[in-house]
Every structure is written in C-alpha cells, then in structure tokens.
Design a binder for this molecule. Sequence first.
Ligand SMILES: C[S@@+](CC[C@H](N)C(=O)[O-])C[C@H]1O[C@@H](n2cnc3c(N)ncnc32)[C@H](O)[C@@H]1O
Length: 409
Amino acid sequence: MQLEVRIERLGVKGDGVAESPQGPVFVPFALPRELVRIAVEPGNERAELIELLEPSPDRIAPICPHFGSCGGCALQHLEDQAYLDWKRDSVVAAMRSRGLDPEIEKVRPVPVGSRRRAALALGRGRAGLALGYRRARSHELIDIDVCPVLTPRIVAGLPKLKQALAPLLGGKREARVSVTETESGLDIVVEGIRPTPASLGAFAGKAASLGVARLNADGESIGPAPSPEIVLSGARVRLPAGAFLQASREAEAVLVGLVREGAGGAKRVADLFAGLGTFTFALAGDAAVDAFEADEAALQALTEAARKTPKLKPVRGLVRDLFREPLSPKELQAYDAAVFDPPRAGAAAQAEALAKSEVPRLVAVSCNPGTLARDLRILVDGGYRIARIVPVDQFLFSPHVEMVAHLVR
Ligand SMILES: C[S@@+](CC[C@H](N)C(=O)[O-])C[C@H]1O[C@@H](n2cnc3c(N)ncnc32)[C@H](O)[C@@H]1O
C-alpha cells in the first residue's frame, strides 16, 4: 500500500518516524518535516521511501557514493548541527527515561576519515569478490572502494587486501575481517574460516607490500610485525589481536581530555575496565593508577608498556572480572577518583558498589546511553551529583554515541 505521510521525528536508529493509519511507521532516509510517499505492508512498521515530495531544508547531499545502499551509515543526509543535535537528544531521552535531567553538553564532533578500526566482511557474492559492509537491511555484501569514515590508509589498502585475502576463504563463502590502523601498519584479524597453511604462507609473502603488520587467522599470527603497537598518551603499547581500542584516535584524544578533567587533581585513581590503558596512561603522569580489566592479554600489554614508559607514577595492572567481582566500597577507599568505561552492557554491579563508596570523583565513559543512564541513576541514588555529561561523536554517521560523565560527592 502507498501513502503520503509527514515525517515527525528521527527515531533512535536514524529513520524518519511518521504516524500512519496503522500506527507509527519508520521510513529510512527521511527527515523530520518532510512530506514523503511511502510503501508499507499492513502490519509492518518499516516502510520504503518511494518519493520525496517536500524535502527538509536540513537535507544535504551525502558525502559517500555508497550512502543509502551501504548499511554502514544511517545519516549522512542531515545538516551537521541538526545531526549532532539528534545524537545529543538520544542522550537526553535515555537520561529522562531514568528520571535524570542533567545538562547534556553539545556533542563534540570528530572529523571524517578518522576511524582507525573497521569490522568488514570478505565474501563472494553475485557481483564477485567483495570486501566491505552489508547492504542496508540485507545480508548482501557491498564492495567498498571509498569510505569517508575510515582513515585514508585503511581505505587505500582495501582493494589489494581483498585480492590477497581471497585465497584464505578456500571453499567458504564468507569471513569476518577486522582492520585496525596501528603504528606498525595494518593489523588484520580474520574470523569464521580456517585458512590452509599454504594460503597463509602466500599472504605472509605479500604482507609487507600491502602495509600489513600482522594477520591473525584462527588464533595464529603471521606477518612482518607480529606485535603491532599503538601509542596511548605517549606510551607504546603492544596490541593483542582482537583487544579493545577506541575506534578513532581523534575521539580518543577528546575522551582522554575529558577523563583527565573529571579526575581533577586525584593522586590515586582506579581505572576500571582499563583495556590497554587508554585512560591509565593519560592519568599516570600525575597519579598512581590501578588498572582493572578482565582481558589478561590486554592487561599484560598495559603493564609491559607501563614498565617501559618513563616519568609515570606507579601503575598496577590487576586482572578482575568487574561484573562478578566489582571493587567493594572498602577497596574503593584507597582512591580519590575512579574511572569506569565498561562494554555496552554497562557496569551495574560496579555502580552499586561505587554508590556505597566515598570516592569523591567519578568519571563514567560509555558508548550506550541506555546503560549509562541506568548506572548514573544508581550513583545519583547513592548520593552522587552529575556535574557534566559530554557526548562525543566517535561513531560518525551511525546511531551510536560515546559519552563522558563527571560525578562528584
Ligand atoms: C569499552 S572498553 C574500554 C577499554 C579502555 N578503557 C579504553 O578506553 O581503551 C571495555 C573494556 O572492558 C573489558 N571488560 C569487559 N567485560 C569485563 C568484565 N566483566 N570485567 C572487567 N573488564 C571487562 C573489555 O575487555 C574492554 O577492555
């Protein structure tokens, strides 16, 4: 059935939302106030945009030729400030859903071409070999030759990388390929296939000419730089295959600045969910830092780097599952600031313990407004005050947003 509808708002995933006789419908690539003709099946809330009858003044030309077909980006067709406001609104809505109404600052922008980590797929499709993202709302792979989100070095490497990785597929249709730009070159992790030793050997012979430092496949690493490094606040840290790394160096710099501000002049800091030490090294110039993390390989890389980096206050790396065994209020007495940067699931158990602690300053870093709001609610109920929340546009053109919150008591 075809209908004319007026788009009322943007949904959380970036689709235009309109009221129709059958209730709310979600229209991809439509913007608020636009009049559009849509096709929608009875009982289905997802519509297809057939014709743009009255475009929004906020509509702009997307910067990528793949936009609209590639599932990697949701929103390149909205003017910059309206786009950043939409991201901010998603944080406001998440906080309100937990009864919180703190001031949410303007979203800090991050430049295009700055994403240093890409999760791609390699496969043989109808159009031949492809290395890229999935088509929007489909399993089909789109071959990516340009991508304004990724760093130029990653984009430039993709065509040759695709050809060199293809023999690794063997008889399999697809593999997951993650590409990270490191100081030593590109770091590739291939999952979902078991390449033969011969195909890995052939790839190893070409790796240096492809700018590849390391290829990790099925848990085994080959390549000219088997321990690629990244630099975190001046510390050279070995990157274990698959370890967490902030998606953009520029976003990392903004997050680090905000974390340092939030920790104030603290002299003893607990860095919870520390990963490779993005915040540990930023704080350890002025404060003794205890870094808690569940991933042993990441923590080992962090402690090795701490030993080699001059002019740091003492850094300790402690393996700990903070979901099952959060730091207790008694253990937290040792610190005058705590930073926590959990995965998307948030840090409910750790927030409960922090809420009963006397740590004067907390900094929460999160990529999920829903779980951040839940954890902040726990802390506010425990007597903390939210001093500021700053969203950072780390995940350009996607519905995702990074946030830093400062809390005090
Ligand atoms: C969002 S990352 C942040 C890492 C680091 N703060 C950074 O900025 O690079 C979340 C980290 O939490 C770790 N993690 C996940 N579950 C955990 C758990 N139950 N206990 C402790 N750490 C965990 C992950 O290994 C990952 O390093």
